[in-house]
Design a protein around this ligand. Sequence first.
Ligand SMILES: Nc1nc2c(ncn2[C@@H]2O[C@H](COP(=O)(O)OP(=O)(O)OP(=O)(O)O)[C@@H](O)[C@H]2O)c(=O)[nH]1
Ligand SMILES: [Mg+2]
Length: 360
Amino acid sequence: MKTHSNYYVFNDIEESLDELEMLAKTLNFDVVDRVTQTLEKFDPSFYIGKGKLEKVRQMIDDLKVENVIFDDELSPSQLRNIENKLNCKVLDRTQLILNIFAKNARSAEAKLQVELAQLEYLLPRLYGKGRQLSRLGGGIGTRGPGETKLEADKRKIKKKIRILRKKLETLSKQRELRRSRRLKNKIPTVAIVGYTNVGKSTLLKRLSKYENIVVEDKLFSTLSSLTKRVRLINEREILFTDTVGFIKKLPHTIIEAFKSTLEEIKYSNLILIVIDSSDRYYEHKLFVVEKVLEEIGSMHQQRILVFNKIEICPNEWLENLRNKHPDSIFISAKRGIGIKKLLEMVEKEIFEENIHDEVI
Ligand SMILES: Nc1nc2c(ncn2[C@@H]2O[C@H](COP(=O)(O)OP(=O)(O)OP(=O)(O)O)[C@@H](O)[C@H]2O)c(=O)[nH]1
Ligand SMILES: [Mg+2]
């Protein structure tokens, strides 16, 4: 479900809903219908107009729908109001993303990060209804004297959040240590960033010739960053770091929880922004990537746009891209096209920049 509002960055509503559908399918939902609405005046209590809501309620009955998914992050009160009106489970874009992250988290750190993000999302949305509480999967203990069940649950969650933050802090310190060791060794680092599923891990795999990197045609398959050393022909070494992919409206709780993972980007000498050249909406996605980079404080870092998947693009389209982005590089990570040129470009950017720094 989508309302048309002016802070909306994608021009095409269908594009955003296609993406939402992909997110939903990743979680094995069967999508039966879409509803959109152009609102003159935004209704903050229900997100969509009351008449539309009634229509959706009717559709739920007619189509025997079990879940309604909104293409935005709903506020706690919106979620509650809509759920009461529709009498069915209501999800939002943020919940879908959080659930996919939870499903794909493999490393201990990623698991802690996702749990933290989920609890941060849940905390303001607890209001003592059985269904809401069951989202926690049980485990809420007894209440203290004079406490309502809701208060006791909130207290438990806050405590859990504190514990998770502490654990993550310890892991983040270990990460810092590794980073400072790298810095001492003076090995430059290049961060591979981009929208989800554009081929970042495939590129790291290609560059490092390391076979154990997971590459999948699936959203958010990489959640932990992975750094690999690449030796250039002249024996110089560069570290490449692959990290979590971005998406439109990446939940803020995710950015917060994955802060230390995303910091790998901030402390790199160069950023490679990988783009899926075959995506006709690549510019919207690039805009989203720029926004996230801005949010994590990486907007002024040196960067190269890397147009990937060129082997599946028509020549005319590629020509158009090359004209539009003359300073970029065009590759196929899967087929190994343009990799040598990319490495030359990276080397030039990094080592020439260093010489420049030394002169200053
Ligand atoms: N045709 C083509 N497909 C590619 C290329 N590079 C990657 N892919 C495919 O794109 C899909 C996603 O690749 P990944 O490397 O997992 O992408 P990612 O950016 O790491 O994705 P997340 O970690 O999920 O954000 C896989 O099916 C890859 O095989 C390429 O150069 N050409
Ligand atoms: Mg990946």
